[in-house]
Write a protein that binds this ligand. Sequence first.
Ligand SMILES: [Zn+2]
Length: 312
Amino acid sequence: MTDRPEVPEVVAAVDIGGTKTAAALVTRSGQLVARASAPTPGVAGADAILQTAADLVLRLRAGSAAPIVRALGVGSAGVVDAATGFVLGATEVLRGWAGTDLRGSLASATGLPTAVVNDVHAHAIGEARRGAAHGAATVLFVGVGTGIGGSFVLDGAPLPGAHSAAGHIGHQPSPYAGKLTCTCGGTGHLEAVAAGPTLRAEYERRSGATVSDLRAVAALAADGDPFAVDTIVLGGTAVGSAVGGLVNVLDPHVVVVGGGVANLGELWWGALRAAVRREALPSLVGVTVVPASLGADAALVGAAEIAWETMT
Ligand SMILES: [Zn+2]
């Protein structure tokens, strides 16, 4: 008789982003026990993107620890119909991604029961169930990075909307965006003023100087550059104003704010919190607003959560 060493049951999780595809094996309790990643071959088209994702899962599965992989959960950029498993829409960063049978393709490539969801919704599931809002009944998640997206999560499940498009928080009118053109083609949307690239552009417009990225603006603000201070305050204020309005609509138990721009520090957060207080109804002014706690792992943790659900 041979005793098998104790091997944990895990699921595989994949996060397909515009530039990087990350994968992990994740335990029942949300621990990432193995990781792999590769550049997303967005220009090469849907088949190459699917192949990259499947290869990462198969590589992890073949790893030396050889745990039992039970299912696969995928968070992907683009508008994803979690019910049918198809990608309904995507930007040109992922060429030909719209129309892809994401769930069916990866299920047959890996042989695993598979569940799929939009990547921002995967982030939100991760933070709502295992991260900063763990245990809260309703959570508003806002991710502020290259773009601005979010999700309203009820009892651990994101609200998908009638067209799987709920959560496009960056594409609502913002009084701080003026006539700025948005990535969606619209005018005056939140994303046009408060996302990372647009905030950097705002600094360059105001100061006449050129900076490499938003971190450089934060460093200048720390040194007292008034243009940098004003720009970061503008970004936090614009996001906070939107969050305050959404709090009035949704009355969430907790608001979680994540994404790279949320790492700008206390200047940005102070402006955000002040704007939330300004916009929120008197009875909601004490709403809990916290930073995300899982960082870049949130989407993998969320994808793992929906993978486990395929087995119940
Ligand atoms: Zn827009």
